[in-house]
Design a protein around this ligand. Structure first.
Ligand SMILES: Nc1ncnc2c1ncn2[C@@H]1O[C@H](COP(=O)(O)OP(=O)(O)OP(=O)(O)O)[C@@H](O)[C@H]1O
Length: 301
């Protein structure tokens, strides 16, 4: 059984088609990234998952529970960390978390609450009022709140937007531990390096459609384009290589290669013109290059 299933999900806001038939699954134990530019429909998908919005058509399940017909069970199976800070300013941090536990019918949850507070660096703030916390601390509470009922699936909607490096590291260390303990994690992020570092599967959404969904390593291998930087002696690029030139800098030439095999052709062209290579660097594409490329092409797989 998949942890999450989105099956042909459509959602329209007035004239705007926010989701146009999105289908994909997240498997148990995945650390899954949902990427896409502003307005792609990521938050809309997550809202439907959490029962905060209804799909016009299609089906969504969490741990086998339909988010509409089996709302309560579906809701219990998932913890969602929202993008916005939503809280009651008059409660303390601990009260907020106890209240949230009560919402799920869980009593005597203080041991787990203490563990979450400690893992998120919030122990010293347990008795502070929410309104007295800094923005970063409030965001930690949002994360804690999503975890009080120990959901098997944890969804984080841009959890590190506007958050300092320290919290980012604390948060990811904790989320990683939860993933290792068997929790399924889904995150939306604009920080591609975060997705690259943490996630094992990546989906890309654009204008309400899924552009790609792949194992991270397959995705990174798929786009074989490499960039090459050469310093030459004499400093002259053979005419045959001019179409590959992307920039001249630092007394050298940056070339775009169509794949790893293209390197042999470049070297042969240099040799034919009697040009010696003084210096050579080959860059692997990172996720950001691939992402930008795919978004530009609107590639549909
Ligand atoms: N309640 C709403 N009413 C009208 N339009 C909405 C509503 N919620 C979202 N939209 C629109 O639906 C589209 C998808 O929005 P959504 O928030 O899901 O995108 P996103 O991928 O999460 O973007 P971001 O990265 O900016 O958070 C956008 O064009 C947005 O303006």
């Amino acid at each position: 059984m998949s942890a999450i299933v989105f099956d042909d999900v459509f959602k329209r806001y007035g004239a705007l088609q926010a989701l146009s038939g999105v289908s994909f699954c997240v498997e148990p134990g995945d650390f899954f990234a949902l990427l896409g530019p502003n307005g792609a429909g990521k938050t809309t998908l997550i809202s439907i998952l959490g029962g905060l919005a209804h799909a016009d058509a299609g089906r969504v399940t969490v741990m086998g529970h339909d988010v509409v017909r089996d709302y309560r069970a579906a809701r219990r199976a998932v913890g969602i960390v929202p993008q916005e800070l939503v809280f009651d300013p008059f409660f303390t941090v601990r009260e907020t978390l106890r209240f949230q536990s009560g919402y799920f019918g869980i009593r005597h949850n203080d041991d787990w609450i203490d563990e979450i507070l400690a893992s998120l660096g919030l122990s010293a703030k347990a008795d502070s009022n929410m309104r007295a916390l800094s923005g970063g601390m409030k965001r930690r509470v949002m994360v804690a709140q999503a975890l009080v009922h120990r959901p098997p699936v944890i969804v984080l909607d841009e959890p590190t937007a506007g958050v300092d490096v320290e919290l980012r590291q604390t948060l990811w260390a904790f989320i990683r531990r939860l993933n290792e303990a068997g929790h399924t994690i889904v995150l939306t992020t604009h920080y591609l390096e975060e997705a690259e570092e943490l996630c094992n599967r990546i989906a890309m959404l654009k204008e309400g459609r899924l552009l790609a969904l792949e194992d991270k390593h397959a995705l990174m291998k798929r786009d074989k384009a490499r960039s090459l930087f050469l310093r030459l002696e004499p400093a002259r690029l053979p005419a045959a290589l001019a179409p590959l030139l992307t920039a001249e800098r630092d007394e050298g030439y940056a070339l775009k290669l169509s794949g790893p095999d293209a390197l042999a052709g470049v070297l042969a062209a240099l040799q034919a013109d009697g040009i010696r290579v003084r210096d050579i660097e080959v860059d692997k594409p990172d996720l950001e290059d691939i992402f930008v490329d795919m978004m530009r092409q609107g590639r549909m797989d």
